[in-house]
Write a protein that binds this ligand. Structure first.
Ligand SMILES: C[S@@+](CC[C@H](N)C(=O)[O-])C[C@H]1O[C@@H](n2cnc3c(N)ncnc32)[C@H](O)[C@@H]1O
Length: 209
């Protein structure tokens, strides 16, 4: 089964609100994003955003340049359906982040629960290369992974868990850590999952590629 089929299948079987990572209110991401960007003119991408409600909140908060990128067309369709006409105000990219070459630089890169699936060094290298090209000088990245005491698997796939130092080391070539925060997510089935959110900043004056 391809990666796309794997994720499409999970979204179809569980529905957008039945997946273990579903959040009714992605408040931690919203707060960290608002702190990390200068204002509503900031360009931003939610990588592996799937059917997350983060895009609803970002648009409602006045952010006018929001992109959602995901390998699952099913997940993107769920989000578009939920948003209705508002979906036209969002850029939707059906892509594998490891191979994506965005045409624009972003002021903010957001990833909740995607990077931790990159358990192979080559997958991590490709993800980081996309991110290096995508985050504009002076821009920020928020990457949320399972924490060191988080689950070892998700959706039938193994994950890599991270502490602060391990996560900072991944992006150390081009981004400096600004803040870390833990969060306990409660899945729709009532299971606790510990996450680590890292906020990173690319120095101004470092060209994308
Ligand atoms: C655990 S879900 C998290 C979804 C969303 N970020 C959230 O917090 O609700 C992982 C998401 O990453 C997407 N994904 C997994 N691997 C990907 C890849 N290589 N490129 C793009 N998206 C990917 C999946 O389709 C899925 O929507």
């Amino acid at each position: 089964m391809s990666l796309e089929d794997h994720w499409d299948d999970i979204y179809r079987r569980r529905g957008p609100e039945g997946v273990s990572w579903h959040q009714q209110d992605p408040s931690t991401s919203m707060r960290l994003i608002a702190e990390a960007v200068p204002g509503p003119e900031a360009t931003m991408v939610d990588v592996g955003g799937g059917s997350s409600r983060l895009v609803d909140r970002l648009v409602a908060a006045g952010f006018g340049s929001v992109t959602v990128a995901d390998v699952s067309a099913t997940a993107l369709a769920f989000a578009q359906e939920r948003l209705g006409p508002v979906a036209d105000r969002v850029a939707w990219v059906h892509t594998d982040v490891r191979a994506w070459r965005p045409e624009q630089g972003f002021d903010l890169w957001h990833d909740r629960a995607v990077f931790h699936f990159m358990v192979d060094a080559e997958d991590r290298r490709r993800y980081v290369e996309t991110m290096r090209r995508a985050v504009a000088p002076g821009g920020a990245a928020i990457v949320a992974t399972f924490a060191l005491d988080g689950p070892e698997r998700c959706s039938g796939l193994p994950v890599q868990r991270y502490g602060r130092d391990e996560l900072a080391a991944v992006f150390a070539d081009f981004m400096a850590p600004e803040a870390f925060e833990g969060e306990t997510h409660i899945t729709p089935a009532g299971v606790e999952q510990r996450f680590l959110y890292g906020v990173f900043r690319r120095p101004s004056g470092t060209p994308g590629d």
